[in-house]
Design a protein. Structure first.
Length: 402
């Protein structure tokens, strides 16, 4: 009967400012993930999966403030939760959890109880870093090195059909990237790539280097991260439509190089935000998901293109040095983006207790300045439609950031 006694233990949250809150709670599961490395070897079928240390847990968490003082208790907790230090959660089922949260959702629609939901992101107390790097410089340098690895592994000679496909693909990629803006440098890279591709059968390395230069351009545009990531994702989706398990070895190597270049360009774009990017941890977590989704699709594609062995002229095995390097680049980028997420503003949300308006709400959550910037900010964060400009109804979910 040990579990019955376990769940009777109180659940306490010690916030970053050292205050302790004892709350009612309901169980909601957890996610356990592990750090894995995948290695492919020439002339050896299958993959070697090396399992390393477990990642921090992600635990959906729902708890309640209730009783006569539930409103003041919830407000006190909200103030303490704004502290940037990690929480210590003593959980009856999961033990002691050192964690951060990306956001808090408050539901005050019921009397005598305030329901709070969030996801606990477990963190270690040391960052484990043995030396200090500027992450943007490191990601940029690793991206350039990885492009070099893919280029060095491109040891095939494109066919005439490959040249035609490359030209058509470059046109499509350029059209997607052009939506970010018509920079002259981008047009020059496009012309240089197409000119080099025409001679790909005699100078394949020059053609692929010029193609990489074209692919990399949107990552360094002055647009926001969301727009750059969107354009690169659209380019990768377009590129994937050209692949098939029946294509030649040279066509597979072309996809390996182009796809790897786009994925690493996403890492570069995600790591170089403008001053208005990443206003909250939710925005960073969205970009992390977008980056990992595209990377996972790329790895899945290469797995489907791979042949049983590399012993025949028509065989295809992805270059292990390039793929391992890309995996390291994506893993490092994601680790740095999580650091940005935990240092950025945290999302909060409530359900309105009474009818209100955006002026009162902006004053409540942000204060009001002479230029009404807080009012405009709050309305933009909540995607206000025309029917809500004058009045905000009771029960409406309001999002704000602290």
């Amino acid at each position: 009967m040990a579990w019955q006694s376990d769940i009777l233990n109180p659940l306490t949250i010690i916030t970053g400012d050292g205050k302790t809150f004892t709350v009612a709670w309901v169980p909601d599961g957890r996610v356990e993930e592990y750090n894995l490395a995948t290695f492919e070897f020439n002339n050896l079928p299958g993959s070697l999966i090396v399992k390393s240390q477990p990642k921090g847990r992600k635990i959906p968490f729902k708890f309640f403030f209730q009783g006569d003082n539930y409103i003041s208790d919830a407000n006190d907790f909200l103030k303490s939760a704004a502290n940037t230090n990690p929480w210590t959660v003593n959980h009856p089922l999961y033990g002691t959890i050192i964690c951060h949260v990306a956001g808090l959702n408050f539901d005050d629609s019921k009397y005598n109880v305030s329901e709070v939901s969030c996801t606990l992101l477990e963190t270690i107390q040391s960052d484990g870093t043995l030396f200090s790097d500027n992450p943007i410089d490191k990601i940029s340098a690793d991206k350039a090195a990885n492009d070099g690895n893919f280029l060095a592994a491109f040891t095939v000679t494109p066919s005439v059909k490959d040249v035609n496909t490359l030209t058509a693909t470059n046109n499509q990629l350029y059209a997607k990237g052009l939506k970010l803006g018509g920079l002259s440098s981008y047009f020059n890279a496009f012309k240089a790539a197409n000119a080099a591709v025409l001679n790909a059968t005699s100078q394949p390395a020059l053609a692929m280097r010029a193609t990489q230069a074209l692919i990399n351009q949107p990552a360094s545009f002055s647009n926001g991260v969301k727009d750059r990531m969107g354009a690169l994702s659209a380019q990768f989706t377009t590129l994937r439509t050209s692949i098939s398990t029946q294509i030649t070895r040279s066509a597979k190597k072309i996809y390996e190089l182009q796809g790897g270049c786009i994925i690493s360009a996403m890492a570069l774009a995600a790591s170089t935000p403008t001053s208005t990017d990443y206003p909250s941890s939710t925005d960073v977590l969205f970009v992390i998901g977008q980056l990992l989704d595209n990377y996972n699709n790329y790895i899945t594609d290469l797995d489907s293109l791979q042949t049983a062995n590399g012993g025949l002229p028509t065989s295809y095995i992805p270059d292990p040095t390039s793929i391992i390097g890309l995996n390291a680049l994506i893993s490092y980028t994601v680790s740095q983006l999580f650091a940005i997420a935990l240092g950025a503003k945290q999302e909060r949300s409530i359900y309105l207790e009474n009818d209100s308006n955006w002026i009162l709400l902006a004053h409540r959550f942000y204060g009001i300045s002479a230029d009404d910037s807080e009012l405009i900010l709050l309305m933009n964060q909540n995607n206000v439609g025309l029917n809500e400009v004058l009045e905000v109804k009771k029960g409406r979910k309001i999002i704000y950031y602290v």
